[in-house]
Design a protein around this ligand. Structure first.
Ligand code: SF4
Length: 379
């Protein structure tokens, strides 16, 4: 099997943020111990013998760093026992500035982790508290300097905008402070009010108000322009990097390549099938412990679906979809597959073709879902 990447989910957090709909649970030491044993079983079922050679590993959550140091060590050893970590090009851990410490930083480095994605969100203590984060701005400074001093220089930080009560000026201050770190990678997402979150309940009651749409658009434009001036190039709708620091793991998704999805609620893509794991923790632990296959759902992916997904995912990238790569992968020219969609979208000014790549125009980016629908194939 030619699987390029592995995603491993650690669903624990020290505190639940008000906007979060990821698979996560309050950290509990006993539950985390049981979870790690179940996870070990699942990984072992996928990779029973020789270590797997993957290009990227991404350990996300939840918050992997919510684990205690001994649990973190167990996780790192488990990964090292099943994957050729030393040959892995990019090995990322997500971390929360509030629960990272020097011992954990040293341990991550010692086990070959070479990229850290820090959930910073905003440089504003009051706002951090309002959105339910546990860390303070000072924790970001302390931990970035710990990471750098231990040689973990490939750091990405996540920023959020369109938060309740956040003005364009507030977000500008956050961008400016983030850029002072001069990091190689930044991601930024606007607040989405998702069901089953505290913010959703407040929104329904009318006690939570998002900034107006014009402000949200202005925040996004500000983000794009400020990062560009700073030499941090946008390469995907929400992601920006200095040249050579684009996330190889996330590019696996947008390039529609295969990856293992391991852990509660994790999604995977293996030849011919997308997998979704069981999300509730007790059910995941029970099933993974029983047979190492905690899969809730398997979605077959035929050639038609693969070609459609190649477009939905690939057009998220600023460079877009390569016609040559498409033909090499699917054995058919892209123009012969999407005979109606391509000329129509180009004529409507939503899609452009340049140097062998099809990419969205600015207007196309704004109408993303409408554009993607056009790539649904019949039959
Ligand atoms: S730390 Fe991350 S995963 Fe955990 S609740 Fe907050 S946003 Fe969700």
């Amino acid at each position: 099997m030619n699987i390029s990447s592995a995603y491993i989910h650690i669903p624990f957090c020290q505190q639940i943020c008000h906007y979060c709909d990821f698979t996560k649970f309050f950290y509990n030491e006993r539950l985390a111990d049981e979870y790690l044993s179940a996870l070990q079983n699942e990984i072992h079922t996928y990779i029973p013998e020789e270590k797997a050679a993957v290009k990227t590993i991404f350990v996300g959550g939840g918050t992997p760093t919510a684990l205690t140091a001994p649990q973190l060590k167990k996780l790192l050893m488990m990964i090292e026992n099943h994957f050729q970590v030393e040959k892995c090009e990019e090995y990322t851990f997500e971390a929360n500035p509030g629960d990272l410490d020097l011992e954990k930083v040293k341990m991550l480095k010692a086990y070959g982790v070479n990229r850290i994605s820090l959930g910073v969100q905003v440089f504003d203590d009051e706002m951090l508290e309002k959105i339910g984060r546990i860390h303070k701005v000072q924790d970001v400074y302390t931990n970035v300097s710990r990471l750098l001093s231990e040689g973990l220089t490939n750091i990405s930080i996540d920023l959020m905008y369109a938060l309740p009560g956040q003005s364009v000026k507030d977000f500008e201050t956050t961008i400016d402070e983030a850029l002072e770190f001069d990091l190689p990678h930044y991601s930024s997402y606007s607040l989405q009010i998702e069901p089953k979150t505290i913010f959703y309940q407040r929104y329904k009651k009318g006690t939570l108000v998002k900034p107006p749409e014009e402000d949200e658009a202005e925040m996004y434009e500000l983000l794009q322009s400020k990062l560009k001036v700073h030499g941090v190039r946008q390469y995907e709708i929400s992601n920006f990097a200095k040249p050579g620091y684009e996330s190889k793991h996330n590019l696996t998704y947008w390039n529609n390549e295969y990856y293992f999805g391991i852990g509660a609620g994790a999604h995977g893509y293996l030849p011919g099938v997308r997998t979704i794991n069981i999300r509730p923790l007790p059910a995941y632990v029970k099933q993974a412990t029983a047979n190492g296959r905690p899969i809730l759902h398997k979605e077959p992916v035929g050639l038609k679906e693969q070609m459609e997904e190649e477009m939905f995912l690939g057009l998220r990238k600023v460079e877009g979809v390569s016609s040559a790569r498409f033909e090499e992968k699917y054995g058919r020219p892209i123009h012969a597959v999407f005979t109606t969609a391509l000329p129509q979208l180009k004529e409507r000014g939503l899609l452009k073709e340049e140097s062998g790549y099809l990419h969205l125009t600015e207007r196309g980016q704004l109408l993303g879902n409408e554009v993607f629908q056009e790539f649904l194939l019949e039959g």
